[in-house]
Ligand binder design. Sequence first.
Ligand code: BTN
Length: 265
Amino acid sequence: MKNKILSALGSHPWAEALIWHNSIDSTNDEAKRLAAAGAPHGTVILAGHQSKGRGRIGRTFHSPEGKGVYCSVILRPQCKPEDLMHLTCAVGVAMCDAVEAVCGVRPGIKWINDLVLGNRKLGGILTELALDADGSVRYAVVGVGINCSHTQYDFPEELREIATSLEMATEKTADQAQLSAEIIKAFTETDKHLLRGKYGIMDRYRADCITIGKDIVVHTSQESFRGTALDVDPDGALVVRSDNGRIQAVQSGEVSVRGLYGYCQ
Ligand code: BTN
């Protein structure tokens, strides 16, 4: 697989530092180990299988062998963490670009980090930061998982009504090497504009974000409340008008969107 990805990538600046594992615990965990040991900006880790694939909020990302693209990238932007509030959103747009380039369909994004096709979860993004003693960013690890060739039986029972794959949604086989190469190219494009192009990136995120305009339930660590998603602000926070009329920016937590993932109350 590594050779196929390299040949689809051509002479790309990140090709040299590309690392492939047939199986690993989590490409994000491996990226963090390598970053802590000094691996440079643009180190890409891909795996054919993850035994401990992770998602946001301590969730598991089911990563069966040969069925998906599991990829993490080490970034070393010279900035403060507050300058990277939009990083997950930026990578979300980039992943929509990559899927569209290979499969001809553009996923939507369920705030903040889920890729969605046909009202089901196609994949996700997990962003993790490490800071230096002075509070600046030491490194960022951004991991992307995209379900490619799963049938519904490749998902555990609790995900069968919620998750999809490119093959299930398009009825075509996605070329995983080509998708991996497009993911890496899309990462580099985002990386070029990440710090200076935030407002343009967030305009594109709003266009892809299917949560905006929907009736939702917000679940934070403190509370759950119903409301309407109005917007996503430049730092990636979801602007919500709760049913009692209060408008607030939700920075973290989870939202249920009516009509998505089987949520219909
Ligand atoms: C989510 O659904 O909340 C995010 C899922 C992110 C999964 C990817 S797969 C590659 C990388 N390694 C991980 O352990 N997680 C990310």
